[in-house]
Design a protein around this ligand. Structure first.
Ligand SMILES: [Zn+2]
Length: 467
């Protein structure tokens, strides 16, 4: 790309002439990967606060959040777009005395998958990157949100990309300060393993040093896995996802799920289909049918509502590169041969970690089972009694100790969560314990009567309400 660049009020501005009305995308180098456990939802809170102070007079406005970046987009006449970003930046430098509950709650509702803690990709990200958007956000504290914003949402950590020259007299009056350093992330979790967790369906994660060669492989795999699942009559599909956590670190997910409300099927069989297809691909590479299919769906389709943003979103890789040193929307290496694609898949295989719903017992050659229910020692405490009717089923036992909560499964395996790592997740239809160190969740919905006692064990920001 031959983007031209300048700086306005310390914000890097890049533009390239594109047809149509002027579109702009203001991106900040901060996302959920930068939020600590107590800061979860702060990027959303900053967005809500800024947008409440910059009601758009442009033709269209939108905003995005994600693991790596947070952005705002506007489309219209040059004057209107300039005025919009000026108002937004001004709002972003105003004191935060209160958050609008309505705006923030709407934002959280849009953002959360339902329910977020059973999303297999969120489980993988929690386990492998120690990033926490598996848990619903805590109610944000305005003073803390302001501190977070003043660190991350500064001119030096922002880039504006435009589909034409910057509007005359453009101002971007953001707070100043150095560009903050991102927390150093490395992948955790023993590779070549599978484990069980409170997830709705299986997911396989893979670590790649280079997204450009891995994306086409993941796309071809997605199509193959879907085909194999259909043949096996399993009511789920494959939803790939990726997060870039370092210039040479991408976590890819081949996540199974269903868009229909009735989930189901045989999770063990689904995990086996997923693993079999990935291993076969690493041996044989893509088939002719795989390649045809890939050519047919080369560009991921934008939803109708986002089509008008295509021209400016196409420039967003430039903003990523400037802010992060890498791009989340990787340039794809289109010229890989089938043999090269097989080699890329084979190189990804040793990094594999599969998560399956509790109770599933898949046969996954080459992956060793690992479990965080690995203790036999049960710390002393009060055992919570189940209501009589529920005692016959195989519920884990629940023991509340002085500084930990333990569950014991039907085979006597113990899972202990120290109070310092404990999250209590409540929702309309359930109760879960979270372990921030493991990134896991344990369903204890049968113990709804213990909700108050468990809530009393954790500080308010560790009691999370799931929708
Ligand atoms: Zn665990």
């Amino acid at each position: 790309m031959t983007a031209q660049s300048s700086a306005v009020d310390g914000v890097a501005v890049l533009w390239e002439e594109r047809p149509g009305p002027l579109a702009g995308l203001l991106t900040f180098g901060v996302g959920t990967l930068d939020e600590g456990l107590s800061e979860l939802g702060y990027c959303l809170a900053v967005q809500a606060h800024a947008l409440a102070g910059a009601r758009p007079r442009v033709d269209a406005a939108t905003d995005q959040g994600g693991g790596e970046t947070t952005s705002f987009a506007a489309l219209g006449s040059p004057d209107a777009v300039g005025a919009y970003f000026a108002a937004l930046c001004e709002a972003l430098s105003r004191p935060i005395d209160a958050l609008s509950d309505v705006d923030y709650d709407d934002r959280v509702t849009d953002y959360l998958t339902d329910p977020v803690h059973t999303d297999p990709w969120a489980a993988q990200v929690a386990r492998r990157l120690r990033a926490y958007d598996r848990w619903p956000p805590a109610r944000p504290v305005p003073a803390e949100v302001a501190r977070f914003r003043d660190t991350w949402f500064v001119a030096a950590n922002a880039v504006l990309v435009l589909t034409g020259p910057p509007p005359a007299n453009l101002r971007l009056p953001l707070r100043t300060g150095p560009r903050p350093a991102h927390p150093v992330r490395s992948v955790t979790g023993m590779p070549s393993t599978w484990y069980a967790d409170s997830v709705a369906a299986p997911s396989l994660s893979l670590v790649a040093p280079d997204a450009g060669t891995a994306y086409p492989v993941v796309r071809a795999l997605t199509w193959r896995i879907d085909n194999a699942l259909r043949k096996a009559k399993q009511p789920v599909e494959c939803f790939p996802d990726a997060i870039g956590f370092a210039p040479d670190g991408y976590l890819f997910g081949l996540n199974l799920g269903s868009l229909r409300t009735s989930r189901g099927g045989d999770a063990a069989q689904q995990a086996e289909v997923l693993w079999t297809e990935v291993r076969r691909f690493a041996q044989e590479g893509p088939s002719v049918a795989d390649l045809d299919q890939m050519r047919g769906v080369r560009a991921p389709k934008l939803p109708e509502s986002l089509l008008q943003w295509r021209s400016v979103f196409a420039l967003s890789a430039e903003a990523d590169r400037e802010l992060l040193g890498y791009t989340v929307e990787a340039d794809e290496a289109d010229d890989q041969t089938p043999v090269e694609m097989a080699a890329v898949a084979a190189a990804l295989l040793p990094s594999a970690v599969m998560v399956v719903p509790y109770g599933a017992r898949p046969s996954l050659p080459g992956l060793n089972e690992t479990s965080c229910w690995d203790a036999t020692y049960l710390p002393p405490g009060d055992e919570v009694k189940l209501p009589l009717l529920r005692r016959r089923t195989n519920r884990p036992r629940l023991v509340i100790g002085a500084d930990s909560v333990s569950t014991v499964d039907e085979f006597g395996a113990v899972h202990t969560i120290p109070a310092a790592d404990l999250l209590v997740l409540t929702g309309d239809d359930g109760l879960w314990l979270g372990h921030s160190g493991h990134g896991c969740a344990v369903d204890i919905s049968a113990y709804a009567t213990a909700k108050e006692r468990l809530a009393a064990l954790v500080p308010p920001d560790r009691l999370r309400i799931s929708r």
